[in-house]
Ligand binder design. Sequence first.
Ligand SMILES: [Zn+2]
Length: 463
Amino acid sequence: MTTLTFLGAARTVTGSKYLLEHEGHRVLVDCGLFQGLKELRQRNWEPFPVPPDTVDAVLLTHAHLDHVGYLPRLCAQGFRGRVFCTAGTAELCSLVLPDSGHIQEEDARFANKHRFARHEEALPLYGEADARRSLSQLHPVSYRTPTEVAPGISVVFAPAGHLLGSAHIHARLKGGPTILFGGDLGRYARPVLVDPADAVAADVVLVESTYGDRDHTPDDGGEAFAGVIRDTARRGGKVIVPAFAIGRVGEVLYWIRRLEGEGRIPVLPVYVDSPMAGEALRFYSSRVAELDPDMKPAQKDVSAFATARFQVIASPRQSKDLTARRERAIVISASGMATGGRVLHHMVAALPDARNSILFVGYQAAGTRGRQLVDGARDVKIHGRQIEVAARVAKIDSMSAHADRNEMIRWLGTLPSAPKRVCLVHGEPGPMDALRVRIRDRFGWEAHMPEHRERIDVSSSAS
Ligand SMILES: [Zn+2]
């Protein structure tokens, strides 16, 4: 018997975890953290539904926290198996997991100090030490190389174009169905990252639906982005770009560099206020062969991303100085949904001043400050204080790392034959249902939208 249990990213966009059980073996595909709304975050504290030491292996599609951020917790609770992922994902995990542990420890400390936690002492889900220990279980594998991850379960990773090292995973089960885990799907014909690889035929396909109800506004020439920078510079303000350190920073820098080169924006100081982003850029540069052809061949170091007046801010002291400085500048800082990190200090300083702009370049999940701001909030709570929003808030979705509706349909169209079952995951209910309708109209396939913790028997899907 072969079953799939949806332990996360079911009708929501975080907490990706799919438990595959086949002939007495258990493989967990993705091990993500729930983020955003409190009712979702509380799921991180629920006991894992099977004893973690009974899981044979974990597979990671990519290093975003909503796909890997639960791993230290799973390991701390007894998971001892190998964690299969690409080398790029392993490198980025070595940055994001310890950082996540550190942030959770800091948040708990801060909450206890300021008594946000009304009832009892706030605890971190895991600490930095737990996260570092979990890294020793990572087992990097090459793209397009079949790997047996548990008896009778062989998988192949293929590029998904969503992040350095990102993959969709094709699983071949002995005596069972083939299953394609789509992971997060990237975009076509964008700089920095490659296009998603074509899908391989599978009996069961899981596909994300983050933007299942919309098509990204085209901004191929970067004009919307240039406009925000020019207007803010004219007002004498700062552009604050919240960006997840390992993801969009590269593309944001690519565009600034290009727009500067074309003389379409003034040459401003560009600060990457995130030591982790600086490290991530080095990993991107060292894996330039895995990136979009427009990143090759001459640009082989961090300078591939460096703008004319570029600086990575390392120490908290430098960060504080930069926060206080009133100058025309572009500041890129984490986290991308303004849920934590240094960007919050920049936002506290920048939001009340109408000269500044906050520019969001990625998806903003429900319940995050980023979502409140793009939805037009007049004030937001940061570090326990209400902060007035006078700065301009802009959003450019062409820089999204996620495929839009047409791109998802394009990718599904690369399947050489119709799957027996399609499961929609990683989306909020509205976009997910819109994609379901589009898939039915376009291909005639009835896609299923699993509920949280739903377990489906896929044995009968085997061809
Ligand atoms: Zn992702």
